[in-house]
Design a protein around this ligand. Structure first.
Ligand code: GDP
Ligand code: IMO
Ligand code: MG
Length: 427
């Protein structure tokens, strides 16, 4: 199997970074295809914690090419800071390539993200305020600035002038904010361009060449299925397509090239930001899972909302992504919790729903219906083989496989790279 798309099956933070890093050992290339520095992917190697926002989680292997695809929105300052951070830890970054077609996040995008959220008041989405939505908005309205524009001084000056004229009107007339200075911005961004240009390449060409040569390519999704702009809990979503289909659009690869879809599923559910969440635990159990699982945002530090595993959502994720294998993470966090609850349906106005509802207002009224399973007391973090897991843990996994009709091929029993159990090879 040469091309594998790894996606988050829930609302993000499923452990995609850890699993990507693990699989990268066997891959030749790791490709990010959407989102921006709203993502926070954690990789733990020999007790050292790395937090990545833009750079693919394959970067720790100097011989693997890491691609930032056309589907991303890139904040150049964040990118350069992340490169500095990695280099300061002795990580080689010369294996990074960035698509010239990716879009640039400008300071007005970050400002508008915050101002729009404030303006929305009660209706706010709880964004990461990194300028993601406004940058994708400009991309869709065809006024965005791309990395390749940034490298061309004339083109960039022209596009910046036009954009700033419009954005300064919005900032001052709508939001009563100060305007931004053209020359300062131009200068700042041209300096970024100088530093970034050595990484810029025709990434679709490179990825396709790798695939033609039979090399192994891993596509690393950011965010998760329910944060997808088209298929998530709109409007409480991000502005890109994290689902598996997004990998083709965001990297310039045809669907016929994809062999497997690996859905990363956390053994319970979390969500950051606003929006309905049927299995949310607001009392002490939610607090317990949050503390045990260290469920605080990698990007914003916000406490994540926690709840039981929801297989209605997961069945939907299997359908929307075409998931062929599951990586089931953070099983160790559930040690000591008994009974464990699995949501198998929603009760909506006296009716039982087993498919994820299309309407957000229906979802908001849904009450989770659970089945209970006995938990286990044993520490799982030293276990390396599936057969060595306590019976109750194996039963929990079997039930998930039965409900989703997809095999759990990988299991996570700790944050470290080695805390991974493989049941079925992905590459
Ligand atoms: P991502 O956004 O999907 O990459 O996930 P995050 O990195 O935001 O959040 C996942 C958190 O769980 C990180 O702190 C990881 O180090 C940690 N993690 C990942 N897999 C496991 C696991 O199997 N067990 C435990 N205990 N922690 C894990
Ligand atoms: P990773 O890749 C969890 C959420 C935000 C907010 C919504 C919109 O680490 O899984 P945005 O800034 O994207 O416009 O915010 O999406 N969100 C995430 N939640 N994990 C992420 O990324 C997220 N990226 C965005 O909290 O609810
Ligand atoms: Mg994260």
């Amino acid at each position: 199997m040469a091309a594998v798309v790894l996606i988050g099956a829930q609302w993000g933070d499923e452990g995609k970074g850890k699993i990507t890093d693990y699989l990268a050992e066997k891959a030749d290339m790791v490709v990010r295809y959407q989102g921006g520095n709203n993502a926070g992917h954690t990789v733990v190697i020999n007790n050292q914690i790395f937090k990545l926002h833009l750079i693919p989680s394959g970067i720790f292997y100097p011989d693997k090419l890491c691609i930032i695809g056309n589907g991303l929105v890139i904040d150049p300052k964040v990118l350069l800071d992340e490169l500095d951070y990695l280099q300061s830890k002795g990580i080689f970054t010369g294996n990074l390539r960035i698509s010239g077609n990716a879009h640039v996040i400008m300071p007005y995008h970050r400002m508008l993200d915050a101002l729009e959220e404030e303006f929305k008041g009660e209706q706010k989405l709880g964004t990461t305020k990194r300028g993601i939505g406004p940058a994708y908005k400009d991309k869709a309205s065809r006024s965005g600035i791309r990395i390749m524009d940034l490298l061309d001084k004339n083109e960039f000056s022209r596009k910046l002038a036009y954009n700033l004229k419009e954005k300064n009107l919005i900032l001052t007339k709508i939001y009563g904010h100060e305007e931004l200075n053209y020359s300062e911005l131009l200068q700042e961004y041209l300096e970024y361009a100088e530093k970034i240009k050595k990484y810029v390449a025709d990434t679709s060409l490179i990825v396709n060449q790798y695939l033609e040569e039979g090399k192994k390519v891993l596509f690393e999704g950011a965010q998760g299925t329910l944060l997808d702009l088209d298929h998530g809990t709109y409007p409480y979503v991000t502005s890109s397509n994290p689902i598996a289909g997004g990998a083709c659009v965001g990297s310039g690869v045809g669907p016929t090239k994809i062999n497997k879809i690996l859905g990363v599923v956390k053994s319970y559910t979390t969500r950051v930001g606003e929006g309905p969440f049927p299995t949310e635990l607001t009392e002490s159990m939610g607090e317990l899972i949050r503390n045990r699982g260290g469920e605080f945002g990698t990007t914003t530090g916000r406490p994540r909302r926690c709840g039981w595993l929801d297989t209605v959502i997961l069945k939907y994720a299997v359908r929307i992504n075409g998931i062929s294998d599951i990586a089931f993470t953070k099983l160790d966090v559930l040690t000591g919790i008994s009974p464990l609850k699995i949501c198998t349906g929603y009760s909506y106005r006296g009716k039982m729903l087993t498919e994820f509802p299309m309407s957000l207002s229906v979802l908001a009224e849904c009450e989770a219906v659970y089945e209970e399973m006995p938990g286990w007391q044993e520490d799982l973090t030293g276990i390396t083989k599936f057969e060595e897991l306590p019976t109750a843990a194996r039963n929990y996994i079997s039930r998930v496989e039965e409900l989703l009709k997809v095999p759990v091929s990988i299991l996570g029993v700790g944050p470290g790279r080695t805390k991974t159990i493989i049941r079925q090879k992905i590459f």
